[in-house]
Design a protein around this ligand. Structure first.
Ligand code: ATP
Ligand code: MG
Length: 254
């Protein structure tokens, strides 16, 4: 990887960019993943490259929802593998559930490379190499899923997912937790809980909340889920961008 000085003001962002490029070189991230990363960077810039209060609300609701789920599932694609494989393995361990490799631009080679990477990082069970079901409403390659994983899950975490697939999972009656830096994306609009944050920051916080709530009474978790309003949180996320931008332009006028 290219050496990036830790003192660089945008160190974290540059490291993330380098990781996605490395994912492409190693063959587990698609070239389209580079474009998705660029889009993400743009929105991260707009929110101030930090976890906002709206994102934290969504992270708490997501943790409660995952803990209440009968069959939660965690989806991993090429960008997720490049940026947060260890973090996803830790989340799966905290929930004691498998990870499922689930690619938009599916190739068997990429699926097995990502599965190997996750196992290398300590994943106990990785699904997705032998899909045995199809999500209705999507064309074949995009629809593939695994029974015991995403296909029959009641709650699915989909970081950096396409809007169509998010919608198809919701249409199956699932609760969908998205991690997507763009509060206006179709994914964020369609999900049950939209975490508008960088996956690199959001997944460790989500794991921390899962651990923190693991002893919490079901009734309290249910109340947290009931009180959560995703449309309101998305409006707040947009407002946070506006406020951040107003702060920035005022600073530069001084
Ligand atoms: P839509 O949901 O509107 O169809 P899209 O599928 O066209 O959106 P893509 O560029 O294909 O959007 O997907 C990338 C999405 O993932 C973008 O919304 C982008 O903001 C988001 N994203 C990219 N990198 C990250 C990241 N590191 N953390 C969180 N979200 C990210
Ligand atoms: Mg899309």
């Amino acid at each position: 990887m290219t050496d990036i000085p830790v003192s660089h003001p945008r160190y974290a962002s540059l490291v993330a960019r380098e990781r996605v490029a490395e994912g492409v070189r190693r063959g587990y991230t698609s070239t389209q993943g580079l474009i998705a990363q660029g889009r993400g960077e743009c929105f991260d810039y707009l929110i101030g490259e930090k976890t906002t209060p709206a994102a934290l609300q969504a992270i708490r609701a997501a943790a409660a929802m995952l803990l209440l789920a009968e069959r939660p599932a965690l989806s991993v694609n090429g960008n997720v593998a490049a940026l947060a494989s260890e973090e996803m393995v830790a989340l799966a361990a905290a929930l004691k559930i498998p990870l499922e490799v689930n690619l938009f631009h599916r190739s068997e080679e990429r699926v097995s490379k990502i599965a190997d990477l996750l196992r290398e990082k300590g994943a106990v069970q990785v699904l997705g190499e032998r899909p045995d079901a199809a999500v209705p409403g999507l064309d074949h390659a995009r629809a593939l899923a695994t029974r015991g994983g995403i296909y029959d899950a009641d709650v699915v975490l989909i970081p950096l997912e396409d809007g169509d697939r998010c919608e198809a999972l919701v249409a199956m009656g699932k609760k969908v937790v998205a991690i997507d830096l763009n509060p206006l994306s179709r994914t964020a609009r369609k999900a049950t809980v939209s975490i508008v944050d960088n996956i690199v920051r959001a997944v460790p916080l989500l794991t921390e909340q899962v651990r923190r709530f693991s002893g919490t009474a079901r009734a309290d978790l249910e109340a947290m889920v009931r009180d959560y309003d995703n449309q309101r949180v998305l409006r707040e996320a947009v407002r946070e961008i506006q406020e951040h931008l107003e702060g920035q332009t005022e600073e530069s006028e001084e």
